[in-house]
Design a protein around this ligand. Structure first.
Ligand SMILES: Cc1ncc(COP(=O)(O)O)c(C=O)c1O
Length: 376
């Protein structure tokens, strides 16, 4: 590079797709705070809705010199059995995030629309933007349930070209299950027009709320799942897209040639064994009870306006005017506990999301909140 072109746009800036120029990438919890930055002090990571417990991981010596199978059969069999679907209805992906991306890449042409219901998980919008799909936002109602009438209206508006509707249930970051009848109303309205994706990343914390059996009834329903939450394997990057074989086969045209690394397949399959499932269910019951305790505690805090009900491993708190979300974040980060500020999301001004940690971490969280209370 010569001095004269120091201020000229870089080659990347010249060549990058237009729609990506202004795009702000998703601020994942780990982009905001890296694990490698916290090596000297023990940090409580309560900002990414992970499981604080680590499953017992065994890796057999594998043929790492060989490419793995496209969809490793032991893994697909194990997940199909767990989810009570057929093998042909399962696609293993690199996290549920890859499922989101694949659905958009497979079904949306430029300027087709993706309908989302904020406040909700941020990657639906980011993946839509990176793939040049329009985003139609139908904000949730005050109780964070679906605005069914408006969603149906937007789907029916032909010029919108809605191809995919994302519904997160239970919803991140608000924590509640979407009413089954509302979801069914949207699926029925979208029949013959659009795919409805029920993102069940947190469903193990309220398994009875799953709509998985409806994939046999509705050909436009897709369910997303992950091992990142209840199964305690966020670092593994393994998720599942569940739907009828036509949709799964369409996604298989687009997915990478070897989407599931061999060690990932082994560990994931192990987590779905009988022992693995017993471990997961035990941790879910511990985390659910720690969550309920935390909710009861948080309701006693004078600076908390609302503690939203949660069927997940996180709790969203709305603060009163005498406390900002930044103050809470700062107070906790000084004590090496990371929470997640959700205040930038529509309808969520002055909110902080607390992922449920282990017993000691939750005791520390309560202690710090109590200290804050005493300073008021
Ligand atoms: C609602 C929701 N869907 C999907 C994901 C992505 O999960 P994965 O780790 O499997 O990519 C997350 C992660 O936080 C999430 O909250």
């Amino acid at each position: 590079m010569t001095d004269s072109n120091v201020n000229a746009p870089s080659l990347a800036e010249q060549l990058i797709r237009n729609n990506l120029k202004a795009l702000k990438p998703y601020e994942s919890a780990r982009r905001l705070f890296k694990m490698s930055d916290s090596s000297e002090v023990e940090t409580a990571w309560l900002n990414a809705n992970e499981n604080p417990y680590l499953p017992d991981i065994k890796i057999n010596p594998a043929l790492y010199n060989r490419y793995p199978d496209f969809q490793p059969e032991p893994l697909i069999n194990a997940y199909a059995k767990y989810a009570k679907v057929t093998n042909q209805q399962v696609l293993a992906t690199r996290g549920a995030d890859e499922g989101i991306e694949l659905l958009i890449r497979t079904f949306c042409e430029t300027n087709d629309s993706v309908l989302i219901c904020p406040p909700t998980y941020g990657m639906y919008a980011i993946s839509s933007e990176t793939n040049q799909a329009n985003i139609i936002k139908v904000n949730a109602l005050d109780d964070f349930q679906l605005n069914v009438d408006e969603v149906v209206k937007q789907i029916n508006e032909v010029s919108n070209k809605v191809k995919i509707v994302f519904v997160c249930s239970p919803n991140n970051p608000t924590g509640q299950i979407i009413k089954r009848d509302d979801l069914i109303a949207v699926i029925e309205a979208a029949q013959g027009k659009a795919i409805v994706v029920a993102d069940e990343a947190y469903i193990e914390f309220c398994l009875e709320a799953s709509v998985i059996e409806l994939i046999n009834q509705y050909d436009n329903l897709v369910v997303l799942r992950t091992l990142s939450k209840a199964f305690g394997l966020a670092g593994l990057r393994c998720g599942f897209t569940l739907s009828n074989t036509d949709i799964i086969d369409a996604l298989k045209k687009v997915i990478a040639p070897y989407p599931v690394p061999a060690p990932v397949a082994q560990i994931a399959t192990n987590s779905l064994s009988n022992d693995g499932l017993v471990w997961m269910l035990d941790k879910v019951s511990q985390l659910n009870s720690l969550r309920d305790d935390f909710i009861e505690f948080a309701k006693t805090l004078s600076f908390v306006e609302s503690v939203y009900p949660s069927q997940t491993n996180f709790v969203l708190l709305k603060l009163k005017q005498n406390m900002t979300s930044q103050q809470v974040m700062d107070t906790f980060s000084k004590q090496h506990i990371l929470l997640r500020d959700q205040s930038k999301q529509v309808m969520l001004g002055s909110t902080v999301r607390v992922s449920i940690g282990n017993t000691e971490q939750m005791a520390q969280v309560q202690q710090i909140f109590s200290e804050v209370e005493q300073t008021l």
